[in-house]
Ligand binder design. Sequence first.
Ligand SMILES: [Zn+2]
Length: 142
Amino acid sequence: MAESDTIDSKPLAKVLNEHGVRPTSQRETVYESLLQKRDHPTADEVFARVREKAPTISLATVYNCLDVLVQNKLVRAVNFERAPTQYCANLAPHAHFHDEAGRTLDIEMPTGVIDQLRDLLPSDFDVKHIEVNFHGRAPHND
Ligand SMILES: [Zn+2]
């Protein structure tokens, strides 16, 4: 069973605990903002969003919370060329599509595809992490 299937229905504190993160209201607020709007925000964008709920939070604290979430694998840090790091709370295996317009979209990656990528390498290569990035133009629906 994938944890990502149920993560939205659990209390945030429990989810944080299960990933070895000591829940604090600031960590919960930052994590919640990433779960609510999954558009791969930068730290500055997360900061702007959480300030509405937590007006006293500082940018340094937001960075700190994001670091803890990334280190404990609740959130992925997405780096693309020289753009600022973006944050992604989608734990399912997926690739990223970087749109020329600046959006980053999640592209679902079935396990079979990941296995095929792994098979490209000699068997004595130890893969820790596979990252697939597309870039180009995606249709705009808005
Ligand atoms: Zn993503």
